[in-house]
Ligand binder design. Structure first.
Ligand code: ADP
Ligand code: MG
Length: 457
């Protein structure tokens, strides 16, 4: 089968690419939906995975639909390299390809163009909150382009927390305010591909010269080159050369320098030698802020459509994973509403985002909410769910209902059942009442927030 695919690729790819990248692959067989290939080096594995992975996968699945993934095993046989390389000899082409923007191989030219900058990723569109204020401040500072203060600036944080956004924002700012500066913004992958290409084409001198001529070097997702020995080595030299010339370096990674495995110690300590700041996971306020900002943008794009604040609050409370998913939810919501020609209501939101909401469903239970609320107001659980209508019990009861609605996926009738068999209109009334009161009564708003936060923790 592999023979068939190879032949096909030989016909379609052009002799040069085929000989460089496909011919050296040895098919090792498949197991559990994974097809394995042996490649001579890590570099090749990465390159092939990145550039031909999707295509290979689609060809293979046509012949064998059970294959879902390709793994490239590097044959690291050179004795001196064996120990170090063994920890990282696999590169995988997931069947879900990464975001398209950065994964395409950089055009091979002799000039230095980095990743194209995303127009949406500026400081103007970056919402600042507690979790990211330090990272934002540091990014602002280096973006001023003054004398180099901390070198490098090392930004790290989990996926979707705004690292790439901040990197682009810095690059935009520098480009606008200091057009004479040679700013190079690229991903660590791109750095590697260029390096590999330079090796292959015997153009290392050019490569070195080009990289040493930039004024500001920005490398995104530097964890990518961990375990890739020669790339690390070259990166280290580039890094040192630039620091010696007092050129600003800005690095991002998905974890702290000390947590990047397979990174040589001298490189790690270099990375730590400037300012290291992290982007913390978003909190409720930041998520709400981002939702507000994005929904204003969408409201301009879709005239006549708007989202109520209550729905944004609901989404901010329920979708905690990362900003990318939060954005995706909003995009879908607007598109869906405009398609069906309906206003964005809570029902529509739940219908359109079922899958996202299900995935990020909290493990908070109705019982837990009731317990927390009863404790908070120093009342008994039996009074919270009981029939008494005095305000001391009724208000906490409504707050508990409101939180159940916000933090669980239970329906109104279900919630009602947990509150001494009340019917769904009573629950709805309670929820609405708290929504109103939150706007008028600071104490209630604060209580609700406090409770929500402690339930979320
Ligand atoms: P990372 O590189 O950390 O994985 P990105 O920078 O690609 O994350 O961010 C993912 C998405 O979330 C982008 O569309 C980005 O604009 C958005 N985003 C993340 N943080 C913020 C923020 N604080 N304000 C506005 N948008 C944000
Ligand atoms: Mg990124």
């Amino acid at each position: 089968q592999w023979g068939t695919i190879r032949e096909e690729l030989n016909q379609t790819m052009g002799a040069n690419s085929f000989q460089s990248w496909i011919e050296p692959l040895t098919y090792l067989g498949s197991e559990n939906g994974i097809a394995r290939f042996q490649v001579p080096t890590n570099f090749m594995g990465n390159y092939v995975s990145q550039n031909y992975g999707d295509m290979l996968l689609s060809k293979i699945t046509r012949l064998n639909p059970s294959i879902r993934r390709i793994v490239f095993d590097a044959a690291t046989s050179s004795a001196s390299n064996e120990n170090r390389a063994s920890a990282n000899t696999k590169t995988e082409a997931e069947s879900l390809s990464a975001p398209a923007v950065q994964t395409k191989a950089a055009p091979q030219s002799d000039s230095l163009s980095g990743s194209p900058l995303d127009k949406r990723f500026t400081f103007d569109t970056f919402v600042v909150g507690k979790p990211n204020e330090l990272a934002h401040a540091a990014a602002r500072r280096v973006a001023e382009g003054g004398p180099v203060t901390f070198n490098p600036l090392f930004l790290y944080g989990g996926v979707g927390l705004g690292k790439t956004h901040l990197m682009h924002a810095i690059a935009w700012e520098l480009r606008n305010n200091h057009p004479h500066l040679n700013v190079l913004n690229l991903s660590a992958e791109q750095f590697m591909y260029r390096f590999v290409q330079a090796l292959r084409d015997r153009k290392m001198m050019d490569f070195k010269e080009l990289f040493r001529s930039v004024d500001v070097l920005m490398v995104d997702d530097v964890q990518f080159i961990a375990g890739k020995d020669s790339t690390q080595e070259e990166f280290f030299h580039t890094f040192n050369a630039l620091v010696d010339q007092h050129k600003q370096i800005i690095i991002s990674a998905d974890r702290a320098p000390e947590e990047i495995k397979d990174m040589e110690n001298r490189i790690r300590s270099r990375l730590q030698s400037g300012l290291v700041v992290d982007l913390h996971p978003t909190d409720y306020e930041l998520r709400l802020g981002i939702l507000q900002s994005k929904s204003e943008m969408y409201a301009r794009m879709y005239p006549g459509l708007e989202v109520e604040h209550g729905i944004l609050e609901f989404l901010a409370a329920r979708i905690v994973s990362n900003v990318r998913i939060l954005e995706g939810a909003l995009t879908r919501l607007f598109a869906f509403a405009s398609l069906v020609g309906k206003p964005i209501s809570m029902d529509l939101t739940q219908e359109c985002l079922t899958d996202i909401l299900r995935v990020s469903e909290r493990k908070v239970s109705i019982e837990e909410i009731q317990r927390k609320v009863a404790d908070h107001y120093l009342i008994r659980h039996s009074d919270l769910v009981g029939p008494k209508r005095v305000r001391t019990f009724a208000r906490p009861r409504q707050i508990a209902m409101y939180l159940c609605k916000q933090l669980t996926t239970r329906s109104l009738p279900e919630i009602g059942r947990h509150f001494g068999g009340r019917d769904h209109t009573t629950v709805m009334h309670g929820v609405r009442r708290i929504e109103e009161l939150k706007k008028q009564d600071a104490q209630i708003a604060e209580d609700v927030e406090l409770l929500r936060r402690s339930l979320e923790a």
